[in-house]
Design a protein around this ligand. Structure first.
Ligand code: TXA
Ligand code: MG
Length: 328
């Protein structure tokens, strides 16, 4: 009896995590108040019914995420946004028209129906409509908006494949819905649309240049002063290895005996490493960055040298993630 009891307790804290490919089966877990990892075109998400406070709390527990860091609410249809917000501002309307579904998230004033636990007590809500077919099938099957951060432990690199999600969430969630590896590889662009002009709080694959085509006055949020996006104050995206940013060959630590790796655009910087990833474009750099971090950790790499690139286009998002990942 004693053994049986202990066994059951063990099962509870260390549940079996199934890998599944049916959006419908995954949605049944959501309907029961559980949390599920699912693919999107940016990174894998860890989802719960956004209206179910208890289920949403499980996300924070599984990730070890601070309660004041709000979640993004994912919808399958544009019309579902109306239930979640007080008003779709003119600046949000333009962005939704142009970039939804896709790797963009808009911040708007929230409706009372959204539990405070989702928004970390803020009166605003982050909303995204993924373009990924399987993500949308999953959200549709759930029949409710899905609150979801990235499916990694707080502070670690985001998962771009189900294997990465499994690494961090194994034993903590009942299942992972699998799909294609993330097409963009970096989290969505978070855009504050509560004011007259859009303000980028987290850069992503929808770039400042893209957004300026809709509104010339679009700007990055200031990193000083009142923090508007709580997630930006936390340590982020860090692999176990040290991350060093380099722009020339000389800045590499010569003759280091520890295993080291390189990721970047320039072949000429890539000599003398145990593991190398040369990317042809900034977009390819973005797509490969987190999966490279995961691979380096698997291989026991001690230092990852990442090439600094120009902050034009998606380069701004890459440098944002690299700067955070390099803070220990
Ligand atoms: O691509 C993505 O955005 C992925 C996929 C799963 O959709 N999600 C994601 O979620 O990256 P997460 O929780 O890892 O990052 C959400 C970011 C955080 O920096 C958070 O602080 C910010 O969005 N955020 C959420 N709600 C906010 C709000 N009401 N006001 C300002 N920032 C908010
Ligand atoms: Mg995250």
């Amino acid at each position: 009896m004693y053994l049986k009891g202990r066994y059951n307790y063990f099962q509870f804290i260390n549940m079996q995590t199934k890998i599944i490919n049916s959006a419908k089966v995954a949605s049944q877990h959501i309907k029961k108040g559980n949390i599920v990892a699912f693919p999107t075109e940016t990174v894998y998400g860890l989802g719960a019914n956004a209206y179910d406070e208890k289920a949403v709390k499980k996300i924070f527990k599984a990730k070890g995420r601070p309660a004041d860091n709000p979640l993004i609410v994912h919808v399958a249809y544009k019309r579902d946004i109306n239930f979640l917000v007080k008003e779709i501002t003119p600046s949000a309307k333009k962005i939704i028209k142009e970039f939804f579904p896709g790797p963009a998230t808009v911040i708007l004033r929230k409706n009372e129906i959204v539990p405070d636990v989702v928004t970390g007590g803020l009166d605003t809500i982050a909303i995204r409509m993924p373009a990924s077919k399987i993500a949308r099938e999953f959200i549709k099957a759930c029949g409710v908006p899905i609150a979801a951060p990235s499916a990694n432990l707080s502070g670690s690199p985001s998962p771009t494949s189900f294997v990465h999600a499994l690494k961090d969430m194994k034993g903590k969630i009942p299942c992972i819905l699998t799909g294609p590896d993330a097409k963009y590889g970096l989290e969505s662009t978070v855009i504050d649309c509560t004011g007259k002009h859009p303000v980028i709080l987290r850069p992503g694959s929808i770039t400042l240049e893209h957004l300026k085509k809709l509104d010339k006055q679009t700007k990055y949020g200031r990193s000083t002063g009142k923090i508007k996006s709580p997630g930006q104050k936390y340590r982020h995206y860090s692999p176990k290895a040290n991350v060093r940013l380099i722009s020339d060959f000389g800045s590499k630590i010569a003759n280091s005996k520890n295993k080291k790796a390189f990721i970047g655009l320039s072949k000429k910087l890539a000599m003398g490493y145990e593991l190398v990833k040369i990317c042809r474009t900034p977009e390819e750099y973005a797509m490969n960055l987190f999966s490279f971090f995961h691979k380096c950790d698997e291989m026991g790499i001690k230092t990852i040298y990442c090439e600094k690139i120009s902050e034009k286009g998606v380069g701004a998002a890459i440098m944002n993630r690299l700067n955070k990942a390099s803070i220990k």
